[in-house]
Design a protein around this ligand. Structure first.
Ligand code: SF4
Length: 375
């Protein structure tokens, strides 16, 4: 049997940190290599978190390097690649930073070895995460009800594979469950019964059975999971959401990265002083262009030196966003961003019967961004 490598990338964000703890405790038999790809521009809290994880996981987190620091005049990855790109700052539409400092080091390090990569997309999120284009790398999502990636589901549920699916169900299901499963297995995917509906129906009937069927299917393919004798995650029926992630981090002693904790700010609205709270909603570089305006204000007030450092990158017409940081830091602009944020948060609090918590703010803010950096 070909050896299969298991890897788990730690971005410095809460979800990948929680996933590493979860996997090490729940699946100690899996020999997982934990790794991180450093940009050299993360917040100190991120480096602290990775340090604490090292001791909880009981093994070193590998650094997948994107450059040879000894042979570059720039002593950190971001500045090295920025120089190569002639000072052209990355943006959501030109995200060379993720490509050069996260994806390429990962794929180069893995090479051609069959590899399973575990990714911490939570059960309460509606996004897929980065799926490598390399066929020898398969992504698994242990926190979700459906642990399989979209490409696997597409193949397993494809109408042309219906006979194969049927025979696996016949071989693996008990009599009662088989009867219920078959009404969905035998129903082809169509505009009236979509792939998502078929998937959810089969997961509802028996999630572990569905996983066993997928495992059998994968044995007939080149997918890395199919090369394993056993795969313990097929018995996993847990769904992990944001609250669980915080609990895993707190219970392990690793704790939640300090920048998620809300800090109070004051803003004058119609002659009255109001108190709001702000925090940073994601890990990643301190100058990340995915930040919301209120997060830039948080950086300005909570980490003024880093804000200054971010300004230094804005030159020769290049900026982190359409508004320059020089403009954003003006007192009247800061007050208007806080006012807008305060009013928006209050509107949302009024709309929700239970009131919003700082976890809700994170849920809202994390919609946009890059899975390699923020999970
Ligand atoms: S955190 Fe933002 S700036 Fe840094 S590598 Fe990721 S996308 Fe790029």
């Amino acid at each position: 049997m070909k050896k299969v490598k298991h890897v788990l990338g730690i971005s410095g964000g809460k979800d990948s940190a929680a996933l590493s703890i979860y996997m090490s405790k729940r699946y100690p038999s899996l020999d997982i290599e934990y790794y991180t790809c450093d940009t050299g521009k993360e917040l100190k809290e991120t480096y602290d978190l990775i340090g604490r994880l090292n001791s909880v996981l009981g093994k070193d987190i590998e650094l997948y390097k994107s450059m040879d620091e000894d042979n570059s005049p720039m002593k950190n990855p971001f500045d090295h690649f920025l120089a190569l790109y002639g000072g052209y700052l990355p943006s959501p539409t030109a995200r060379w930073c993720t490509k050069k400092m996260k994806l390429e080091p990962f794929e180069n390090r893995i090479g051609e070895e069959p590899t399973i990569s575990y990714v911490g997309i939570r059960g309460d999120e509606n996004r897929e995460g980065y799926i490598s284009k390399k066929e020898n790398i398969q992504t698994i999502f242990p926190f979700r009800r459906n642990i399989w990636s979209e490409d696997v589901i597409k193949k397993v549920l494809n109408n042309s594979n219906m006979q194969q699916l049927k025979s696996y169900y016949e071989g693996l299901a008990s009599k009662d469950v088989l009867l219920t499963s078959m009404q969905y297995v035998n129903q082809p995917i169509s505009p009236k019964f979509t792939q998502r509906q078929k998937l959810n129906a089969l997961l509802d009937v028996d999630l572990q059975l569905f996983n066993r069927v997928v495992f059998e299917f994968l044995k007939t393919t080149d997918y890395p999971v199919g090369k394993l004798d056993t795969f313990p995650l097929i018995e996993n029926d847990e769904l992990i959401v944001l609250d669980d992630v915080f609990k895993i981090l707190e219970d392990s002693g690793v704790g939640v990265p300090a920048y998620y904790k809300p800090m109070e700010y004051e803003v004058e609205i119609d002659g009255e002083i109001k108190q709001g709270t702000y925090s940073r909603s994601r890990s990643g570089c301190f100058f990340c262009f995915y930040q919301q305006k209120i997060e830039w204000v948080w950086l300005l007030e909570q980490h003024p030196q880093l804000f200054e450092d971010a300004i230094v990158y804005e030159k020769d017409g290049y900026k982190w966003m359409e508004e320059s940081l020089e403009d954003l830091q003006k007192p009247e602009r800061v007050a208007s961003i806080k006012k807008e944020h305060y009013l928006r948060m209050n509107r949302e609090k009024a709309r929700s019967r239970t009131g919003t918590s700082w976890q809700d703010d994170i849920l809202q803010a994390e919609g946009e961004g890059c899975a390699s950096c923020f999970i």
